[in-house]
Write a protein that binds this ligand. Structure first.
Ligand code: GDC
Length: 336
């Protein structure tokens, strides 16, 4: 367990970053939390952390300011979202390279002991994800390089930047490739939401408005593995403390189609089967993507615990309470 450390978490106002701040505070660390988002847009805020709102880490001056006297750095920051966002904002996504680069330079200049980079399954070669049911992607499947355009290229490039900072300057780096992380305190509307949250929202709204249909992007046969955020945090911290410095998958092995996930969410909500309106012109991404977890099991002796149904239930209940509280907008922010 990481304890009594001074830790910089960049992207702390975001979904995974917020959960990480909570866990590392609970474990007894001093947290410096930064995010480009203004205070009112942070998904979670903790009074015990040293919070820096509206801080753009693409500016190296800001990186240098907060990296001073820090033991560990977690870079959870990037301009991102689900397929609806990353397919239409490639230049925005690629600019996150500045965050990672400037942070690495600042860490090298100070006494930072260890650095974490949150990479993505979007770094994997697209040609290996063209079928609905595929073998889980192994870490070696990122090469030869042909990642998701824009967002995936930034992740792959930044992974390599981490590796070279370790080789050339001795900075200890750890890199996780996340496979579609979902859970409470994530984006569920506005255009950046990923499929689990989007489909929960659509089913909640159909139920609320007595509608018997939902819109689904693509034909619903696309497959993915989704990982609940608590498992993501646990896997991340174990990887961080390990001595393994190459990229590692952090994902589940419950491969489902989008149609199967919709059935699970319908079961949670108790609605009758809704008519699916398949929107074939919407962003679909790769046809099939799932995580092979052999490496993470081998090096960390760890596997995810929360099954998709259980995680979706927690997510559904949170989004449902958010939608019902709309107007007050308070439940997004937990202060402790
Ligand atoms: O957005 P996403 O969760 O991203 O979409 C998964 C699949 O669900 C896509 O084929 C999409 O067309 C389908 N889908 C159906 N209906 C909807 O209403 C909807 N909204 C959304 N968003 N999708 C719907 C993600 C990246 C992330 C991250 C992860 C890593 O790609 O967008 O930024 O890096 O991958 O695994 P996905 O899984 O394609």
């Amino acid at each position: 367990m990481i304890k009594n450390k001074k830790i910089l978490i960049v992207g702390a106002g975001g979904f995974i970053g917020g959960h990480l701040v909570k866990r590392l505070l609970d474990d007894g660390n001093y947290i410096v939390a930064t995010d480009i988002k203004p205070r009112e847009y942070w998904f979670q805020e903790f009074e015990k952390a040293e919070n820096h709102f509206s801080m753009d880490m693409k500016d190296i001056g800001n990186c240098r300011k907060v990296a001073k006297n820090i033991d560990y750095v977690f870079n959870m920051a990037c301009n991102m979202g689900g397929m609806g966002f990353i397919e239409n904002n490639k230049a925005e996504c690629m600019q996150s390279v500045l965050i990672n680069t400037n942070l690495l330079i600042s860490c090298k200049e100070t006494s930072v002991e260890r650095y974490f980079f949150s990479s993505s399954a979007c770094a994997y070669n697209k040609t290996k994800q063209q079928n609905v049911f595929i073998e889980g992607l192994r870490e070696t499947d990122a090469y030869p390089a042909d990642p998701e355009d824009g967002y995936g290229w930034e992740k792959l490039f930044s992974e390599r930047m981490c590796r070279h900072f370790m080789e050339d300057y001795g900075l200890q780096v750890r890199v996780a490739r996340y496979h579609n992380i979902y859970g409470p305190f994530g984006t569920y509307d506005g255009g950046r939401e990923k499929a689990p949250a989007a489909l929960c929202r659509k089913i909640i709204k159909a139920k609320k408005n007595n509608k018997n249909e939902i819109e689904v992007w693509g034909d619903g046969m696309q497959t993915r593995t989704f990982l609940y955020v608590d498992d993501c945090i646990e896997g991340t911290l174990r990887l961080f403390e390990s001595d393994y410095s190459e990229p590692v998958n952090i994902g589940s092995d419950e491969q489902v189609s989008i149609n199967q996930m919709i059935e699970i969410i319908e079961g949670i909500s108790g609605v009758k089967k809704l008519n699916r309106i398949y929107q074939l012109d919407k962003p679909k991404g790769v046809r099939g993507r799932s995580s092979n977890n052999d490496l993470v099991k081998k090096i960390l002796n760890w596997s995810y615990k929360i099954k998709l149904r259980e995680g979706l239930k927690k997510t559904y209940n949170w989004i449902s309470s958010e939608i019902n509280n709309q107007g007050s907008n308070l439940s997004r922010f937990t202060k402790s």
